[in-house]
Design a protein around this ligand. Structure first.
Ligand code: SF4
Length: 487
């Protein structure tokens, strides 16, 4: 589809609104008027006698809809762009018959908007009113975002500008899942497997050097998250080396949370769980994604739903009292009934938190091999059922983010029992705390909590690069010192 911009270049937001309705369509952008043939959208802004005129016109599948609006005064990019997006949204809603539940709110962090309005002193009714008027957000999603913001209020209040979280990246997995879009290396490949000892060594080195920088700057370690990949792809000895390096170099006696994403049950052993517990972790994840064996097989997992239950029970027996379980709605070959079974089985296990992710439609549509719209409604049905069931069971939403390029930008939501909200997840989603990241693909996020200024430093993405160019990468760490010396 061609999108033409006249008197403006609001490409980013226009495309984001269009993608809510046409997630699989590729757009061509022109910054001039184009001949009218086929599917076309024109977004224009031009001066008029008493102000300026905003217009949007869309032709889709032979049908055309348009809106015009006379705006007062001079151009204002911010308000003009927002108005044009609302006009485009109304037109696309009419032409496609789709009403996205998040309206035209396209950002990946909708809770940030609610948090900002709460900070401005608005009450619940005023917040709902504002977001409905500005973005056409549905009551269901407003409620979800508001509940999430309320759950985050306390954890967000407790932050100071010298506190930080430590993220440790282990981008290896026992095999690659068919839907994976992460930088993770399957150790089925002999090359990747061979890297593990060297990787562990370099990771321990980086942990020690990062601890020295943080100590020099008098920063206070608040939470730790070992993620991936699947960190338990490491052997018990390698895990012990990494967690031992953390214990040796950081003071973990005052941290509030220490998570290890144990992840896939085909990597979880009693010995590894003992290491995780003995080195101070307070929270683990056992992530089934689905409790249907046929779906596990379809996504390339080498374990069964019973293996997940066994891993969960072993963790409980060893004393883990804060366990998270991740699920994904829309996995290949899954159905609403299958997803219902997953959620009900997990509720039966009674973990402290359950996360519902949504697979992007791009991937799932190819997998379902059905019409775009029907994929959307099946995933939407799974998500709605899951969220409702978790709320009824006593879990509350505490972090939420959305993905681009999904119909309606469906959300991923972490649910937890009261008091078991993962602080690290809240801080990373709300960009509220500095995160010092170590390991390949780690991304350090430096946050000035007073001004909101954020800077990022990236480690090399791939393990072989991380190992071979380690010294060069470490030169970037000066950025941490510079950032904190300036606040
Ligand atoms: S476990 Fe996660 S990171 Fe590993 S291959 Fe599967 S989706 Fe990717």
């Amino acid at each position: 589809m061609t999108i033409c911009f006249i008197g403006n270049s609001f490409k980013y937001e226009t495309e984001a609104v269009m993608k809510l309705f046409l997630p699989l369509v590729t757009f061509e952008f022109l910054f001039e008027e184009a001949a009218h043939s086929g599917d076309i959208c024109t977004v224009s802004r031009c001066k008029s006698e008493n102000g300026h005129t905003l217009s949007v016109s869309v032709t889709l599948d032979g049908k055309t809809e348009s809106e015009n609006l006379l705006a007062d005064g001079e151009y204002c990019d911010k308000t003009d762009e927002a108005e044009l997006c609302r006009m485009l949204y109304r037109i696309m809603r009419k032409l496609t018959g789709i009403t996205p539940a998040w309206g035209c709110l396209t950002g990946i962090r909708p809770v940030k908007k609610v948090n900002k309005l709460l900070e401005d002193g608005l009450d619940k009714a005023q917040i709902f009113d504002t977001l409905k008027k500005e973005y056409y957000v549905s009551d269901e999603k407003l409620k979800l975002a508001y509940q999430t913001a309320i759950a985050q209020a306390e954890p967000l209040k407790a932050l100071d500008k010298r506190s930080y979280s430590l993220y440790i990246s282990v981008p290896f997995c026992p095999s690659r899942c068919s839907y994976c879009s992460f930088v993770s290396h399957s150790i089925e490949s002999p090359g990747a497997k061979k890297l593990l000892p060297q990787y562990t060594e370099k990771l321990c080195e980086e942990i020690a050097e990062t601890a020295a920088i943080a100590s020099e700057l008098d920063l206070r370690l608040d939470t730790i998250y070992i993620g991936g990949g699947t960190p338990t792809t490491l052997s018990a000895e390698q895990l012990e080396a990494v967690m031992g390096a953390v214990k040796k170099n950081f003071d973990i006696s005052k941290i509030r949370e220490y998570t290890v994403e144990a992840g896939r049950s085909d990597t979880i052993t009693e010995k590894k769980l003992e290491v995780i517990r003995n080195f101070g972790a307070t929270r683990i994840s056992v992530n089934p994604q689905t409790m249907n064996d046929s779906v596990l097989k379809a996504i390339g997992r080498r374990h069964t739903a019973n293996d997940v239950i066994d891993a969960f029970r072993t963790a409980r027996r060893l004393g883990f009292d804060n366990i998270n379980m991740d699920t994904i709605a829309g996995l290949p070959t899954d159905t609403p009934e299958g997803f219902r079974h997953t959620i009900e089985t997990l509720c039966g296990l009674d973990p402290e938190s359950i996360t519902i992710h949504t697979l992007t439609v791009k991937r799932s549509s190819a997998l379902f091999q059905q019409e775009e719209k029907s994929v959307d409604s099946r995933i939407g049905e799974m998500v709605s059922f899951g969220q409702k069931k978790l709320l009824e069971t006593g879990y509350l939403p505490y972090y939420l983010y959305r993905q681009k390029n999904t119909v309606e930008n469906l959300e991923n939501v972490g649910f937890a029992k009261a008091g078991y909200e993962c602080l690290y997840n809240i801080y990373i989603m709300e960009e509220a705390q500095t995160i010092l990241a170590v390991g390949a693909a780690g991304s350090t996020k430096l946050v000035n909590t007073e001004t909101g200024k954020i800077e990022r430093l990236f480690n090399y993405k791939f393990p072989y690069e991380y190992i071979s160019r380690y010294d060069k990468m470490m030169e970037k760490k000066d950025g941490i010192t510079e950032f904190f010396n300036n606040i």
